[in-house]
Design a protein around this ligand. Structure first.
Ligand SMILES: Cc1ncc(COP(=O)(O)O)c(C=O)c1O
Length: 432
């Protein structure tokens, strides 16, 4: 029975569970207790003066983040979804403008545009980086295009030189969604907001987290001020700061608490260790993948270092001889059941290309009358199936994802994963 596939009744490659991720330590616990003892759980006030920019932990966290990532400004927010919305507002987009987005990403990368009446236009992805394809971006530009949303997916960098070049030539603002990419580099610098503004998620699933949260980064003083004002009731600061340009200064409450910031300070200290551990596991994984036909390992641009939020693989159905869904099911059957949804050894497809979502298909986003798609009389935005063939192919056929590269997993865990893959490939004929 040793060689019989587990899915066909044989013994699995491994039965004992993979070690679970443990994200909080004594340091975080003590930091939280210190904040509790101080009784200052948030020091923000929505008006000029003391408290306008946050309490001591928020300010310390932002200073540390800016220093670590090499940005002039780091601005904490209570989710990266909020950070994306703030970015769209801060760069001055207004109703009827268009922003070019990738369709292969978390939904907020494009829905953030709606809150300012901005229309997402989708360009295809590059099949190697899974991030925006510069050629497709250039073809998607219209007279209404005002910005590009670059997403650094799975922890890998988009080709930012080519995308920044397009932005420069067409006078477009750039927002970067590096939710999954804290520690990803391009030409030795940390990606995040190298051109205009962007940032990171601190939700529970990310490399480091504070439950929910995010951090914007920028080197631009004006964008930093606008982002801070949108984070915290900017309308109340207009007189005190003698603001002349009131575009999008109406603010929300997107503030991080002192408790979250205190956790964030400790988590940031762990980031390098997490990145090193993931990179070592990937190096072990990739050596073994070399000998496996039909499965290709992740591409990393020569100018970049990957942060491995998850590990992307490409599946070649012609070589392996079975459907991707059969392959995934058979490999997972060889391995212990996941203890949490994110521990799953192998999954496929990532997300349905965003334009196939009903809000785009029916063009109903804000209100029920077609805003912002109908802000201009021309409502011919294309969200039809077939719009971004590479993203659709990744979703339907080719992409595999694994979280087997996350700490505290070891090279032994990777070996079991590889043995499961090999066993399924060697026995694929029994699944046909
Ligand atoms: C690419 C991407 N963008 C945006 C977000 C939203 O971040 P948050 O959950 O912090 O709001 C996520 C979160 O998973 C993400 O992966």
């Amino acid at each position: 029975m040793k060689d019989t596939l587990a899915i066909l009744g044989g013994s699995p490659v491994r039965e004992n569970a993979f070690p679970s991720r443990k994200t909080m330590g004594e340091e975080e616990k003590e930091a939280v207790i210190d904040v509790m003892d101080s009784d200052c759980i948030s020091a923000f006030l929505g008006s000029p003066g003391e408290g306008a920019w946050g309490g001591p932990k928020v300010l310390e966290f932002e200073k540390n983040w800016a220093e670590f990532f090499g940005y002039k400004h780091a601005i904490s927010v209570n989710s990266w979804t909020a950070g994306l919305t703030i970015s769209v507002g801060a760069v001055g987009l207004t109703p009827g403008d268009e922003i070019i987005c990738p369709p292969y990403t978390m939904s907020a990368s494009s829905t953030s545009a709606f809150f300012y009446g901005v229309v997402p236009v989708f360009a295809d992805i590059d099949p190697k980086t899974f991030c925006l394809d510069p050629e497709s971006v250039e073809k998607s530009i219209t007279s209404k295009t005002k910005a590009i949303m670059i997403v650094h997916l799975f922890g890998g960098s988009a080709n930012i030189d080519a995308l920044y070049d397009i932005a420069d030539r067409h006078n477009l603002r750039v927002i970067e969604d590096a939710a999954q990419a804290p520690g990803t580099t391009w030409k030795g610098k940390y990606v995040g907001g190298l051109k205009d503004i962007g940032g990171f998620s601190l939700n529970y699933h990310k490399h480091i987290h504070c439950g929910e949260g995010g951090v914007l980064v920028t080197n631009d003083d004006d964008l930093a001020l606008r982002a801070k004002l949108i984070r915290n009731h900017g309308e109340n600061f207009i007189d005190a700061l003698e603001l002349e340009d009131l575009t999008n200064i109406v603010g929300g409450n997107y503030r991080l608490t002192e408790l979250q910031a205190a956790i964030g300070i400790e988590q940031l200290k762990r980031l390098n260790g997490i990145l090193n551990s993931r990179r070592e596991l990937v190096s072990h994984l990739e050596k073994q993948l070399e000998s496996i036909p039909g499965i290709s390992s992740a591409y990393v641009h020569e100018e970049s270092e990957h942060a491995y939020y998850v590990y992307p693989l490409l599946f070649d159905k012609e070589v392996i001889g079975i459907e991707r869904s059969q392959f995934i099911e058979a490999v997972n059957a060889e391995l212990p059941p996941p203890t949490t949804p994110e521990d799953i050894a192998l999954s496929g497809g990532y997300v349905k290309p965003l334009y196939l979502n009903k809000i785009y298909q029916e063009k109903i986003a804000i209100g029920c009358k077609g805003f912002p798609f109908n802000y201009h009389s021309d409502t011919s935005q294309n969200y039809a199936k077939g719009l971004c063939p590479t993203a659709e192919k990744m979703y339907e056929e080719e992409l595999l994802l694994s979280s087997i590269i996350r700490e505290p997993l070891t090279t032994q865990d990777i070996d079991d994963f590889i043995n499961a893959i090999k066993k399924v490939i060697n026995n694929a004929k029994f699944l046909k």
